[in-house]
Design a protein around this ligand. Structure first.
Ligand code: HAM
Length: 418
């Protein structure tokens, strides 16, 4: 058969892997609702300006990674590379009353034209939240707490929260001047991108991963000392709120994040079970320019990379929640049994029991193999003998034990066993 692989950096997600995806998605609702977030679904493509304006022209995403195309109406459109810009466009479109707070979460595919590698895809999925409209260190702290609670809920232990502050927009400007002076001395030894960044957006230099630049980046002094009192107090408040509920974090003065909209708090969660792409989540407070809105909109949020989250769970051997797997696999031996099973399957399903039933007439051995693969909790086997006696064989797929169940009370019995 011809090979029909998906494009590099994209994947098909089949059963049983999909069960893990569903588990982490279900956990989103459970945890984020506790903090008052409701779901928002935005379009997968937007006007290109939503991202160039929102994320910042000097970021890697806008410079090199966006899937941008011109549609038949000659409009420049882009597949969303992240969620925040589109979500804020949608929220601003609805309008904000004074001091109104909007809390939303989202889940879905994002697109970045990066070189595919382990944990780095071109179509990947994010679970994200945004709390827009109000500003307080307590919301920033609550965001980080919610992220940690979520990660704990889905079974992760080996993660670390990195925390830093970017300061107010004024601090960002004045510290940029200081950074420019510091890096100007050795810029000739630094990479070409950093030479450009010195002029266009010097903060991005701190994010550079090139070996040639690391030596100089590591030598930069602690920047918090140059921030305004307001920024330092804001950061201290976030830290003390996290301390008050025992959330562990590390201050990381080099953390600037790859998007330009951040102010004040920035954070990232890394996991020791991943390779080079070890960030499972990132976020922070931001001021994001939205087309048609005079002032940038304030918010705080984060996004989790689902592929990396699942890799992290696998590295910690987190057992997938069996409750969402198939309940019953129904095997028929002979025509009459097949006809009866067709009805039994419907009766079971009417009581919310999930059933898989093969319709092609196959041998017992081959149907049993399919039952093993299906992940069903129980396999029910009906042959001519059983039909005559008014019973059905029931195999518990976890411990291998087998019982005879009466056909008359079958639905009730199976319901109780699950
Ligand atoms: P980000 O750091 O660009 O932030 O992405 C968040 C997460 O998405 C990363 O930590 C990573 O797990 C995952 N991710 C990013 N790129 C890829 C890729 N190519 N392949 C696989 N996973 C990837 C944002 O997107 C911000 N919008 C987060 C945010 C929300 N900030 C405030 N609100």
């Amino acid at each position: 058969m011809a090979k029909t692989n998906p494009l590099p950096g994209t994947s098909d997600i089949f059963f049983p892997e999909i069960t893990d995806w569903q588990n982490v998605e279900n956990a989103v609702k459970k945890i984020f609702l506790r903090y008052g977030y409701s779901e928002l679904r935005t379009p997968i493509f937007e006007r290109t300006a939503v991202f160039t304006k929102g994320i910042g022209g000097e970021t890697d995403i806008v410079q090199k990674e966006m899937y941008t195309f011109t549609d038949r109406g000659n409009r420049s459109l882009t597949l969303r590379p992240e969620g925040t810009a589109g979500v804020m466009r949608a929220l601003a479109d609805q309008g904000f009353d004074q001091n109104e707070e909007k809390r939303v979460y989202y889940f879905g595919p994002m697109f970045r034209g990066e070189r595919p590698a382990a944990g780095r895809k071109r179509q990947f999925h994010q679970i994200g939240v945004e709390c827009a409209g109000t500003v307080s260190p307590a919301i920033d702290a609550e965001n980080i707490i919610m992220l940690v609670r979520y990660l704990e809920y889905v079974g992760l232990k080996k993660f670390s929260v990195q925390l830093n502050s970017r300061g107010t927009p004024e601090d960002i400007k004045s510290v940029a001047e200081i950074l420019r002076k510091i890096f100007a001395e050795n810029i000739a030894q630094m990479c070409e991108d950093c030479q450009r960044r010195l002029k266009t957006n010097v903060w991005r230099i701190l994010d550079c991963k090139q070996d040639a630049c690391q030596e100089y980046i590591e030598k930069t002094p602690e920047l918090l000392q140059y921030y305004s009192q307001e920024s330092r107090e804001y950061f201290e408040e976030v830290c003390s709120l996290l301390d008050s509920v025992d959330i562990k974090y590390e201050k990381n003065p080099r953390l600037v994040r790859g998007l330009d909209y951040y102010v004040h708090t920035v954070f990232e969660v890394t996991h020791s079970g991943l390779g080079a792409q070890d960030a499972i989540a990132g976020g922070g407070r931001y001021l994001i320019p939205v087309a048609g809105v005079k002032k940038p909109v304030a918010g705080v949020g984060f996004a989790l990379g689902v592929e990396r989250l699942l890799m992290a769970r696998e590295s910690e051997d987190v057992i997938c929640d069996m409750s969402s797997l198939l309940d019953v696999f129904l095997i028929s031996l002979g025509e009459k049994a097949a006809e009866k099973n067709f009805q039994i399957a419907e009766e079971l399903r009417a009581r919310d029991i999930s059933v898989q039933i093969p319709y092609l007439r196959k041998s017992m051995k081959s149907q049993m193999r399919a039952a093993n693969k299906s992940g069903a909790a129980f396999t029910l086997i009906l042959g001519e003998d059983e039909l005559e006696k008014g019973i059905i064989q029931c195999r518990n797929m976890l411990d291998g034990t087998q019982d005879e169940l009466s056909l008359i009370s079958l639905t009730e019995t199976v319901k109780k066993m699950l």
